[in-house]
Design a protein. Structure first.
Lengths: 131, 698
């Protein structure tokens, strides 16, 4: 696999991980870190993600759907309606039981989705494709 | 790179800690749920929280390869999903099964540590079977269309399946749906939104929270909150006053008093608080003051509201005021009929009718002032807003300004207060931006380092005067002349008096690009400020002393609903001039007219008064000029003008109605009024006429 050559900027690609489960976030971070110099920023809630977005130059968002304050679809809807983030790639992560919610996410403009449990390779493939 | 990375031990530790935490929480939540199930109703939020716990557990367990835990969590999640989606009821069997799930998960989690999982396989299978038997086939609820509710597509599109279910549930229970638009500072929105949602949960169910881009996306973030509640729109407005930007009602129930039609006009709480001390008046205590049903507030609060106030939509007061206005007009028609009857010989009846009309007039005056009182709010409300603006501008500009406020208790019509906020803000911005110098400059000029901005209001007869006075550098008249010349607004400045020079500031196109800064910029010129003030029948005037400061004086009518006007006629047409702008009127003596630089003037008490023939100004054709004409002196302070008219028809109360967008650009006319005898006349705007005079060079 080729490291990302598209971004000409000096800063390493930044991935925002939004999930209310700390374990899930750790797992995602650990998996992504195997790709090399990628910065990961974690948000434990949709609100936290909303605060991080304007502060960090985020290149990719991974978000859970089922969260307490705002759900992943609402976060996605906000990202797509905001000219600042419109083209920011978003991967939604959920479980098979929430199939309908995943479909809604795709129609709201999510670039990809992951169904838990997934193998790390699947995540890495999507991340590399979208960065 | 290898495709599969084993979970790091860090992440695994995280998982175990998190799973334990979830299960602990689950135990407590299930106990609450069991209590609620006994009482027959339960909190959907609690059920959803339990669901999310099981859902998270399943997700992470699956990711970490703890398949047994994942499987049990998955089955439990299914049961909870059916439960929250209304597909199974919360029976005792179900509650027991949930407790059993939690116990099994706890056991399994411990067992994963010491490798004794295998012995629980039977328990897992039995648990799964018990759950499957709970779901009776064909119990899936009917699904109707949500489209007819008319909710914004962005909100509907971002609902999860569960939230959509809750939305339907709320509709089925006959609750009203409201979208509350809120806006918060990016730095603190989570606390503020958190406290708002806590409050909202007392009033109903918060179905979804959709973030959207604020008007100022750099500093703010907006949210649309979808709330299902039994409360009426009016109650909600009252309960949430000042906490949300707007409230829009959706859905079916019949008791929407003022539905979706007027949400935006309600922004910023455009409502008036009515205290019953005011409503009750002097001689009719409690006649309208008895608090209506809307007084039911928070269930937790005492049944009797503390403040004894009622919040009323300003639109209702407007229509009430309109009715009073029409009544006053009808009454004056009766009076004039009585007068005609007397002159035409029906004396007995005419006198009786005249008396009755007089009595009616007195009562109407009481009614009118009663309704007027309700509309009145203290100017102090504006002051709070202005203080914030001053603080933020001075911080931006690095200037030091003391804002001194006087007369905060002066009362003004609510609508005028709303409409005057923008022009006033602009004047204040100008005063800080162009008026008050930087601390260094001030020190160099031997002034106090801190500038002073005085904002004062007081009532003067039928008007309210608002003054903005700064001790800054004043306005350089020479610069204004040069600028007006450079912009081609005037062609000759040599004959302009100081006062006329200041008038140039109000010309359209005067304040443009080179003057626009972050502060006073925004592309709004002083012409717009004057127009906005004129739109509420007000006048604005400037005095300035170079090096010492400037004073802007805004004169406003106390209310717009009904104003006193001088009715005049000119070239066969009738016009109204608000009394606020009339100084005096006199008979025109033709041989006293002198001509100075091609302008007609007369002398009035040792001062020269320029004349303007109204027919020429309005470009009205006339057949003949009457022998007797009158001069109506309009304007304020030293800026006066004599309007030459044909006749003075007396004073009358008029209700000014706006002319609409198409005629907004016509200078010198501020609206139309109904004279009560089916005649509609134009209302003149003296301030606009004066500006127009200066522009056209007299």
């Amino acid at each position: 696999m080729q490291p990302d050559q598209k971004g000409s900027s000096v800063h390493p690609a930044t991935i925002l991980i939004v999930d209310d489960s700390a374990a899930m976030r750790s797992l995602l971070v650990a998996t992504i870190e195997t790709l090399g110099p990628i910065k990961t920023v974690q948000a434990a809630s949709g609100f936290e993600a909303l605060r991080i977005l304007p502060r960090e130059q985020v290149d990719l968002v991974l978000t859970d759907i089922n969260m307490q304050d705002i759900n992943g679809l609402e976060l996605l809807s906000y990202i797509r309606s905001n000219p600042m983030y419109q083209s920011l790639p978003v991967i939604i992560i959920s479980t098979e039981g929430s199939r309908k919610d995943i479909d809604r996410g795709l129609s709201l403009g999510a670039n990809e989705y992951l169904v838990k449990p997934f193998v790390p390779a699947k995540l890495l493939e999507l991340v590399q494709r979208l960065l | 790179m290898s495709a599969v990375q084993p979970p790091t031990s860090d992440a695994a530790r995280d998982f175990l800690a998190e799973a334990e935490e979830i299960l602990e929480e689950l135990g407590a939540q299930l106990a609450d749920l069991a209590d609620m199930a006994e009482s027959g109703s339960w909190d959907p939020d609690l059920l959803n929280a339990i669901f999310r716990g099981a859902h998270s557990l399943k997700g992470v367990a699956g990711m970490f390869g703890f398949t047994a835990v994942a499987e049990v969590a998955h089955n439990t999640e299914n049961l909870l999903d059916w439960l929250r989606m209304g597909k199974v009821g919360l029976t005792k069997t179900v509650v027991d099964l949930l407790f059993r799930s939690a116990r099994l998960l706890t056991v399994l989690l411990r067992a994963t540590g010491d490798g004794t999982l295998v012995q629980y396989q039977d328990d897992i299978t039995a648990h799964a079977a018990a759950i499957t038997s709970c779901l009776s086939p064909g119990a899936s609820p009917t699904v109707g269309s949500l489209e007819q509710v008319g909710l914004p597509a962005a909100i509907i599109g971002s609902l999860t399946e569960y939230e959509e279910h809750r939305l339907r549930e709320n509709l089925e229970q006959g609750r009203c749906l409201f979208v509350l638009h809120t806006s918060f500072d990016l730095s603190s929105f989570d606390q503020e939104l958190g406290s708002l949602t806590d409050l909202l949960k007392k009033y109903g169910e918060l179905i979804s929270t959709l973030p959207s881009i604020g008007e100022n996306s750099q500093t703010n973030i907006d949210f649309d909150l979808l709330l299902g509640t039994q409360r009426s729109e009016q109650e909600l407005r009252q309960l949430l006053e000042g906490r949300v930007v707007s409230i829009t009602g959706y859905g079916s129930p019949a008791d929407f008093s003022a539905p979706a039609a007027t949400p935006s006009s309600q922004a910023g709480g455009a409502a008036v608080t009515v205290t019953d001390a005011v409503v009750a008046g002097d001689d009719q205590p409690g006649s309208i003051g008895a608090p209506p049903a809307t007084a039911s507030v928070d269930e937790n609060a005492s049944a009797k509201s503390m403040s004894r106030t009622v919040r009323v939509d300003i639109g209702k007061l407007d229509s009430l005021m309109n009715i009073v206005g029409e009544l006053v007009l009808a009454q004056s028609t009766i009076t004039s009929i009585a007068n005609r009857m007397r002159t035409e010989g029906f004396s007995r009846m005419a006198v009786d009718l005249g008396k009755a009309a007089k009595g009616l007039e007195r009562r109407l005056t009481d009614l009118q002032s009663g309704v007027m009182d309700i509309r009145m709010i203290p100017v102090g409300q504006l002051y709070d807003k202005m203080s914030r603006i001053v603080r933020s501008i001075t911080r931006e500009q690095g200037k030091k300004v003391d804002l001194k406020l006087y007369g905060a208790e002066t009362e003004l019509d609510k609508l005028i207060v709303e409409d005057i906020a923008d022009p006033l803000m602009h004047i204040i911005r100008n005063a800080i931006d162009h008026g008050i110098e930087s601390p260094e400059q001030r020190r160099a000029q031997g002034k106090e380092e801190r500038g002073t901005l005085r904002l004062s209001s007081y009532q003067k007869g039928n008007h309210v005067v608002i003054e903005v006075e700064d001790d800054g550098g004043g306005i350089d008249l020479e610069k204004i002349k040069q600028k007006a010349l450079a912009k081609g607004l005037v062609h000759d400045v040599s004959t302009l008096s100081d006062r006329e020079t200041l008038e140039l500031i109000f010309l359209p196109g005067f304040s443009t690009a080179d003057q626009i800064t972050d502060v006073s910029g925004r592309g709004v010129g002083m012409d717009v400020v004057r127009n906005n003030i004129a739109a509420v029948s007000g006048m604005v005037d400037i005095e300035t002393k170079l090096g010492k400061g400037s004073r802007f004086t805004i004169v406003l009518p106390i209310t717009l609903a009904i104003i006193k006007a001088l009715i005049i006629s000119c070239a066969g047409r009738t016009y109204a001039l608000p009394i606020t702008s009339v100084v005096e009127s006199l008979l025109l003596v033709p041989n006293e007219i002198r001509t100075v630089e091609n302008k007609e003037v007369i002398s009035l008490r040792d001062a020269t008064l320029p004349l303007l023939r109204l027919d020429r100004f309005l470009a009205v054709d006339r057949i003949d000029t009457p022998i007797e004409q009158y001069v109506v002196v309009v304007g304020s302070a030293e800026k006066r003008l004599g309007l030459v008219v044909d006749d003075l028809l007396g004073q009358q109360d008029i209700v000014i109605k706006p002319l609409g967008e198409m005629f907004r650009s016509i200078r010198g006319i501020s609206g139309a009024a109904d004279l009560g005898d089916q005649r509609t006349i134009l209302v003149l705007d003296a301030g606009g006429i004066i500006t127009e005079m200066v522009r056209s060079g007299g």
